[in-house]
Design a protein around this ligand. Sequence first.
Ligand SMILES: C[C@H](Nc1nc(-c2c[nH]c3ncc(Cl)cc23)ncc1F)C(=O)NCC(F)(F)F
Length: 261
Amino acid sequence: AQPEQILFEERHLRFISSLGKGNFGSVELCRYDPLGDNTGELVAVKKLQPNKKSTLEDFKKEVNILSIFECDYIVKYKGVCYSTGRLSMSLVMEYLPYGSLIGYLESYRHVNTRRMLLFASQICTGMEYLQTLRYVHRDLAARNILVANESLVKIADFGLTKVIPSDKEYYRVMQPGESPIFWYAPESINESRFSHKSDVWSFGVVLHDPFSNEIGHYVQSPSISMHLENILKNNWRLPAPLNCPPKVCVPLPRSCIHIYP
Ligand SMILES: C[C@H](Nc1nc(-c2c[nH]c3ncc(Cl)cc23)ncc1F)C(=O)NCC(F)(F)F
């Protein structure tokens, strides 16, 4: 069933600036200003980048998924905007002024442990909410976390999110596409298998970034994925970051660490 769609008229969406490029689309900062007097609200508008990988169908799925969520730790859906002739559509979301967690960590280097653990617990609560609806995010990374204010972060970018079939515990993708492998659990790299557990693995990588110096801008190439696959197979794991406080670096309980077959 189509969720109630809040319609934004394209003629009132004033472009302000480009915020960035995501999995299958670009996001712009706009002001929705029907009165034309600059009193309208700021919104983040995601437009589909029509390329071979992403289709309007996939984008509609992303819009429908986001429109269902009601969680303080997930970016809020506001509605959609159809371009003239309904040829393409845009996803209208709340605009979070502090930007992505990656950018935030780079500019405010002094984010203390207490604050990071607050952010980590909020991401966990948001992911717990996703799990109750049987959704797997599949692209949990600091670049896909938004900072609403100094004490609130939200999960965003549901372009790769899939629902786990009710008779299985994992989701299998056919076309791996350009995968963010550094955030992928071993079974996701090797068998394209995704589950709530693989989201937990990605969460571990998200936690690694803020407590380490090199923030997660890893460049990846085919040969690296082979290398990563092998070292993970030999039980190598991301080392605890140098300046990570001891109480944060407690070794994960065995249950969280993928027992690699
Ligand atoms: C492609 C877009 N990229 C960016 N977006 C923003 C942004 C600031 N404020 C925002 N408010 C609402 C939204 Cl949806 C994005 C932003 N800032 C820098 C970006 F590179 C994006 O969606 N990134 C995923 C996530 F949203 F999680 F950061």
